[in-house]
Design a protein around this ligand. Structure first.
Ligand code: GLA
Length: 390
């Protein structure tokens, strides 16, 4: 059963009536452009078929109730909260995400009369595939929809505006200083494409990405090594980048035009961070140019170079990610890289479809040889972004 049907069914069982609507939003794979978003750079994600679904009905008493359907099929209900009382950093755990969205909408002047939400999802959690953003984006569409602002209809905020709201939820309510990549991917991606986004200008472009037609696949390797963005590694990298930009007298690292000259002005500890960001932006542009000229099979070197840069310069990889990438490449992948924030989570490998069994076996064997728990492997197919389902 899909998350949408599960959420709808669980809602009806819990509340004794069908929900007013069901909205859902996907997790994402970032094809390339890692740790560039909060540096005003370029990213190129696509949406996964895995989604978070929110079945919702309005209330009139200003209260938000949220229940989530666990993997065991059991509903787990969070304590009801008065939307007027929501405040940043006062909640933790999964319920902070939907509550944080209600908070940010309230802060932006949207009247919310209260809502009952029931959540179901199949985006792997802690896998660097943006399960929390999928939940936040689906919640945002549900709460806006219940208040008469259906996404894409006149009077509703635009998808990029909703992405900004969700970013504020993460940064201020949850306390994770993430950029705009994940929310924008979940809200703005369309099936069969990667979303080429220039974070500085906010301009984006849908770039066709049909791996199947090229005889290729994007294999997603969820290492099952948990990552958490509120841990210090992510924030340290981000503040290092901000420090470097300020030493260079620039608004962000995006404004660097001469990498060598910039590096010469920076202390040794900041140089690798800056080198990663500047070279990664260039790799995004190169990948997008190749995709636009129909050379999907030629992007492998940029993917692998991105991994090397994230591993050696940005230093956000880990054993599980490196083992996955090395095994995939040695079994014939055209390119492979860690994706997302790092320190665990997932990697991708661009492979010939015919090589899939061999690549999967190579990754599993390498994990066994390192005494690591087996990873979860699945094909990443560019899928639709967030929307209303029922
Ligand atoms: C996480 C964050 C994103 C982005 C990536 C790294 O997924 O949520 O904003 O910074 O890490 O590219």
């Amino acid at each position: 059963m899909s998350p949408v049907s599960k959420a709808e069914k669980a809602f009806t069982e819990l509340h004794g009536h069908a929900p007013a609507g069901v909205w859902s939003a996907p997790g994402r794979v970032n094809l390339i452009g890692e740790h560039t978003d909060y540096n005003n750079g370029f990213v190129a994600p696509f949406a996964l078929p895995h989604r978070a679904a929110v079945a919702a009905s309005p209330r009139t008493d200003g209260v938000l109730t949220v229940a989530t359907l666990g993997d065991d099929g059991q509903l787990q209900a969070a304590d009801p909260v008065a939307i007027a009382d929501l405040a940043p950093r006062t909640m933790s755990g999964w319920a902070a995400y939907p509550a944080g969205v209600a908070w940010v909408l309230r802060e932006n002047g949207f009247e919310l009369a209260g809502a009952d939400l029931v959540v179901s999802g199949n985006v792997p959690t802690g896998a660097g595939l943006s399960s929390s953003h999928a939940l936040e984006c689906a919640t945002a569409l549900a709460l806006l929809g219940l208040s008469g602002r259906e996404v894409d209809q006149p009077g509703s905020p635009t998808r990029p505006e909703i992405a900004r709201f969700v970013q504020r939820t993460e940064n201020e309510f949850v306390g994770a200083m993430t950029g705009l990549l994940d929310q924008t991917a979940s809200l703005c991606c369309v099936a069969g494409h990667v979303l080429f986004l220039d974070v500085r200008s906010g301009e984006s472009e849908q770039v066709p990405f049909d791996a199947e037609a090229a005889g290729l696949e994007v294999l997603v390797i969820d290492t099952r090594a948990k990552h958490a963005l509120v841990d210090s590694g992510y924030g340290d990298r981000r503040s290092g980048c901000e420090r470097a930009a300020s030493l260079l007298g620039l608004p962000s690292l995006r404004e660097i035009t001469d990498l060598d000259a910039a590096l010469a002005q920076l202390p040794a500890d900041l140089q690798p961070l800056v080198r990663h960001v500047v070279t990664e932006n260039a790799r995004v542009l190169s990948v997008v140019a190749k995709l636009k000229s129909g050379r999907l099979d030629a992007i492998g070197p940029e993917l692998t170079a991105s991994h090397v840069s994230l591993r050696d310069d940005y230093r956000v990889s880990c054993l599980e990610l490196d083992v996955a990438v090395d095994a995939a490449l040695s079994a014939g992948a055209l390119g492979s890289r860690m994706i997302g924030g790092g320190f665990g989570g997932s990697a991708i490998a661009l492979i010939r479809a015919a090589d899939r069994p061999a690549v999967e076996q190579a990754v599993l064997d390498a994990y066994a040889a390192h005494s690591l728990n087996p990873p979860r492997l699945f094909a990443g197919v560019p899928s639709p972004g967030a929307g209303r389902d029922e």
